[in-house]
Design a protein around this ligand. Structure first.
Ligand SMILES: [Mn+2]
Length: 266
């Protein structure tokens, strides 16, 4: 898939991808009768291919970030997703995960993958492509789609309408939490996260208040591996989807239909 990819091809793809994403706002407002939501891929080429093979059945595919780092086919997944995005600009959407940053790519592998293949200097274009990724999306005015979760001190989704795209790393504390926070059944409101400073877990009461004030039904997010690739928190008001088999899980995507929600095996 990428064996014949030259540095020039890679640069062109990233430039085209960056230009395409630069025309998308930081907060996407999307509508679709049937959408497929795909969680962390982390270099899982099989899950990427399975998702794209399902494209004809859906009006919209949203990839929830964490495309690279850790897994065996990081470059192939990024390139494959980029090509799919460029061929289906409005049907394929990608939002930013906490691994779409230079800092994480230095620490967890993708910087080395790119540098080994294309030499020093090639990674810079990756970082500027990631910087153009939208931060989150709303779907049909009823679902918030985000990599991590609800940030502390934010009453409703309207208060997030002003969030901005970030640079190669995430500077804004609220955006950081959108990309890093997790739900936690043992917490009511918020508690510090094991993931590090500035990151929180949010509880049932936070989810309920946020969704009610926002007029939304649910948050769909990724970020945490689940044995079945899918987990319903707080009576289904928060759903985690995780799509990378290399975590020893059964990878899944989430189908949001006109009146149904279901797990799709990848
Ligand atoms: Mn993540």
């Amino acid at each position: 898939m990428t064996t014949s990819l030259t540095l020039r091809d890679f640069k062109d793809l990233l430039e085209d991808g960056r230009a395409a994403l630069s025309r998308e706002p930081a907060v996407l407002s999307l509508n679709a009768d049937r959408a497929l939501l795909i969680g962390d891929l982390h270099g899982d080429l099989e899950s990427l291919k399975s998702s794209l093979e399902l494209m004809d059945r859906y009006d919209l595919l949203i990839f929830l970030g964490d495309v690279v780092d850790r897994g065996p086919h990081q470059l192939e997944v990024l390139v494959g997703l980029l090509r799919a995005k460029l061929e289906n600009l409005s049907k394929v959407r990608v939002i930013r995960g906490n691994h779409e940053t230079a800092q994480m790519n230095y620490a967890y592998g993708f910087y080395d993958v790119v540098t080994r293949r294309f030499g020093a200097g090639a990674y810079g274009l990756v970082a500027s492509f990631f910087a153009e990724l939208p931060i989150f999306a709303t779907l049909n005015g009823e679902t918030m789609v985000v990599h991590g979760g609800i940030p502390i001190g934010v009453g409703s989704v309207r208060e997030l309408s002003g969030v901005r795209k970030q640079g190669e790393d995430i500077e804004d504390g609220t955006v950081l939490q959108l990309l890093w926070n997790d739900p936690d059944e043992s917490v009511e409101d918020f508690a510090p996260s094991w993931r590090g400073s500035g990151v929180y877990v949010f509880g049932r009461r936070t989810a309920k208040r946020f969704l009610e004030a926002s007029g939304l039904r649910r948050v769909v997010r990724a970020h945490e591996p689940q044995p079945d690739g899918l987990r319903y928190h707080f009576n289904g008001s928060v759903i985690t989807v995780f799509s990378c088999r290399h975590y020893g899980i059964s990878p899944a995507a989430l189908e949001l239909g006109p009146s149904s929600i279901r797990r799709v095996q990848l």
